[in-house]
Design a binder for this molecule. Sequence first.
Ligand SMILES: Cc1cc2nc3c(=O)[nH]c(=O)nc-3n(C[C@H](O)[C@H](O)[C@H](O)COP(=O)(O)OP(=O)(O)OC[C@H]3O[C@@H](n4cnc5c(N)ncnc54)[C@H](O)[C@@H]3O)c2cc1C
Ligand SMILES: NC(=O)C1=CN([C@@H]2O[C@H](COP(=O)(O)OP(=O)(O)OC[C@H]3O[C@@H](n4cnc5c(N)ncnc54)[C@H](OP(=O)(O)O)[C@@H]3O)[C@@H](O)[C@H]2O)C=CC1
Ligand code: HEM
Ligand SMILES: [Cu+2]
Ligand SMILES: [Fe+3]
Length: 487
Amino acid sequence: MSGGDMAKPLLGHRSVEGDHSVAPTAGRTVGVLGSGDFARSLAIRLVCSGFKVVVGSRNPKRKAGLFPSAAEVTFQAEAVKKTDVIFVAVFREHYSTLCDLADVLAGKILVDVSNNTEINHHKESNAEYLASLFPACTVVKGFNVISAWTLQSGARDGNKQVLICSNNQEAKRIVAEIAQVMGFTPVDMGCMSSACEIENIPLRLLPAWKIPIFLALGLFLFFFTYNLVRQVIHPYIRGQKKFYKIPIEVVNTTLPCVAYIMLSLVYLPGVLAACSQLYYGTKYRRFPDWLDQWLRHRKQIGLLSFFCAALHAVYSLCLPMRRSHRYQLIETAVKQAMEKKTDVWVEEEVWRMEIYISVGIIALGLLSLLAITSLPSIANSLNWREFSFVQSTLGFIALLISTLHTLTYGWSRAFDENQYKFYLPPTYTLTLLVPCTVILARVIFSLPCIQQRLLRIRRGWEKGRYVKFVLPSATGEYSSGETSSNV
Ligand SMILES: Cc1cc2nc3c(=O)[nH]c(=O)nc-3n(C[C@H](O)[C@H](O)[C@H](O)COP(=O)(O)OP(=O)(O)OC[C@H]3O[C@@H](n4cnc5c(N)ncnc54)[C@H](O)[C@@H]3O)c2cc1C
Ligand SMILES: NC(=O)C1=CN([C@@H]2O[C@H](COP(=O)(O)OP(=O)(O)OC[C@H]3O[C@@H](n4cnc5c(N)ncnc54)[C@H](OP(=O)(O)O)[C@@H]3O)[C@@H](O)[C@H]2O)C=CC1
Ligand code: HEM
Ligand SMILES: [Cu+2]
Ligand SMILES: [Fe+3]
């Protein structure tokens, strides 16, 4: 057995709970059908939490050695007779082989812990299927969101929630108590129809991140190919081999472009929403679905932007560290020595670099601040105004400063013909398009006349209603509700 270290927090937990709810649960006998990984971990955990455990197996003699000695391992029918609560740690495919037990199972609580291999694989959830096989039993769905590993290693780290649902309140309460004594946090998900949703949870992988990640990958692929053509393929056609540029230089022109465009895509939907509100003269009109989705994915888009920007900063720091860079330095030094040039200092170039690096660092600093405040524990310690100041105002300032960084990096080289390979403009001009549109729109929205109108709309004023109700009374009030009730 895995030892006393996991018993400690559980004992502590029990004493905090007090006697009334836990005492009758803790001494209870709990049954487990099946002797696989999950059954074994569950039995260990239950024993450690003070339960009596009986395991029902088709082959108890062979499996008994796998379980802690405190757990009784016996035949399925024997085990079921000794308890009222039975965890069914068997795959859905084998539920029907349990039908012989229907008589002994009648009237007892069955806990369905099963998972599927793909989302909505079957028409009905596993738990509902189990309930249909054993109509005389009460089925509770739960524990499927916990892995066998979590059960054994203790619920100290990671998510402690166990989602539970059932059509029977009393059965649900008993299973929730068992979960609590085991050190988990039971979450009531309502009646059996939630089982499907609960079964799908372990199959989902970062659902909110899917679209933002594809967006980032798509942008990365586009700019990577674009830069590859400009920095490697173009010289290759002219007979120069520049393939060494791929791992660092091409990546480090691609990453900042992705970071910068993603950052502007965080603030673009807010601008589009404001446009829509201005155009329709109301805030009560639903945004189209795509805009709604976009607004809800801003956090993920922003964090990915921060991720790319952080990588870009590290790549940038490593640029002078490379052997290729050293060779280039020596090469130019030798050339200049042969030409007997001593003064290589170009004041303009020096200033350009000092400025764009400094500005880049400030932008990354602001983005780090945004990323830190998006941690739930920190977000919860700020009030709405503070959070919105960091996210909306400081975030937009980060976009402005990033634009300054890109502009000073590009400098006058954007107008240099040599920078256009195959007529393709350098990426530092291309990436400016979306961000500058966003900035321009925000500047326009901050013009007093437009800002006033936007503010009024966001306080509930509506174009149509204003004309209908308020104009005749000529009070100048824009809150239509108030005005019409005063008349
Ligand atoms: C690194 C990083 C981390 C991020 N983390 C998070 C995060 O944790 N959580 C998160 O939500 N976003 C996060 N974001 C995304 C982004 O910062 C926020 O969505 C930000 O609030 C967007 O600002 P906005 O000004 O474009 O839009 P908004 O703040 O939505 O609104 C624009 C303006 O309109 C006003 N306004 C909007 N709607 C109304 C209304 N109905 N009534 C009255 N006034 C209104 C607002 O006050 C604001 O002045 C993150 C971004 C980055 C880069
Ligand atoms: N492993 C995990 O991390 C998690 C598993 N689960 C769920 O727990 C259940 C069990 O999973 P797991 O323990 O990993 O699976 P295993 O394959 O390790 O164990 C399944 C057990 O089912 C028993 N069984 C009963 N009838 C049959 C039958 N007709 N054919 C084959 N086996 C039968 C067997 O025990 P015996 O031979 O003694 O009768 C067997 O040991 C599944 O529904 C799974 O979705 C849920 C969350 C996490
Ligand atoms: C510590 C912070 C940063 C440092 C040190 C830094 C440094 C650099 C350097 C050295 C370059 C030139 C790359 C090259 O020679 O190919 C560059 C370019 C660039 N950086 Fe940064 N940067 C930082 C932060 C940022 C941030 C936060 C953004 C935007 C979100 C950003 C966006 C860009 C862009 C768009 C380019 C132009 C890439 C191109 O098209 O060539 N940078 N930066
Ligand atoms: Cu133990
Ligand atoms: Fe360089």
